[in-house]
Design a protein around this ligand. Structure first.
Ligand code: GAR
Length: 193
């Protein structure tokens, strides 16, 4: 994917809704010399998202948009992203669904991390559903965002073994550790194939 020119890093925005542990791992990665991206903006639909603290800590611009009026908020968002020359969007625990129109405006330039082995368990409560179905493995997926929920082209996946005594909480915790490694790896795969 040819997004940027010259030697400067690709300017990315990370969208969050909660804790932001994937955001943290992406910021750490972005500061390494091998990273093709820099994180220049954090967007949250939730003013109480813990992950917003990383904006202050790492001096990254942030914007909170409620997404209650989705059409209006997405228009505002597009303007903000444009003004800030954002070339790539990384969804990281962002729990709002972006409109087809918005996705079209950033076609092929939105990535997402999802806590399952897609195409299995799209949507919410992935770990609970994997346990109920007595899966042997679950995991995580980094994929391009298309207009169909959790259905865009898969970039990378990591399988995680489900243990006998796993609960959705213990499984989520082990998968999250893998998510933190998988997202940077997927970004490297896209930009330095
Ligand atoms: C992560 O497990 C991420 O894969 C998931 O939310 C968690 C966010 O954690 N995303 C989704 O479920 C998207 N549908 P984080 O805020 O600590 O990165």
């Amino acid at each position: 994917m040819a997004l940027s020119t010259g030697h400067s890093k690709i300017r990315a925005a990370v969208f969050i809704s909660g804790t932001g542990s994937n955001l943290k791992s992406l910021i750490k990665f972005s500061k390494t010399s091998k990273s093709p991206i820099s994180i220049d903006f954090i967007i949250s639909n939730n003013s109480k998202a813990k992950g917003l603290n990383y904006a202050k800590k790492y001096k990254i611009k942030k914007k909170i948009l409620s997404f209650k009026n989705k059409n209006l908020n997405e228009k505002k968002l597009l303007t903000i992203l444009k003004i800030n020359n954002i070339e790539l969007i990384c969804l990281a625990g962002f729990m709002k669904i972006l409109s087809k129109k918005f996705i079209k405006n950033f076609k092929g330039k939105i990535l997402n991390i999802h806590p399952s082995l897609l195409p299995k368990y799209k949507g919410l409560n992935t770990h609970k559903r994997a346990l109920i179905n007595k899966e042997k493995y679950s995991g995580c997926t980094v994929h391009f965002v298309s207009s169909k929920l959790d259905s865009g082209k898969i970039i990378l996946q990591k399988r995680v073994k489900i243990l006998k005594n796993d609960t959705d909480v213990s499984l989520a915790k082990r998968i999250l550790i893998e998510e933190h490694k998988l997202y940077p790896k997927a970004i490297l795969k896209i930009f330095n194939p």
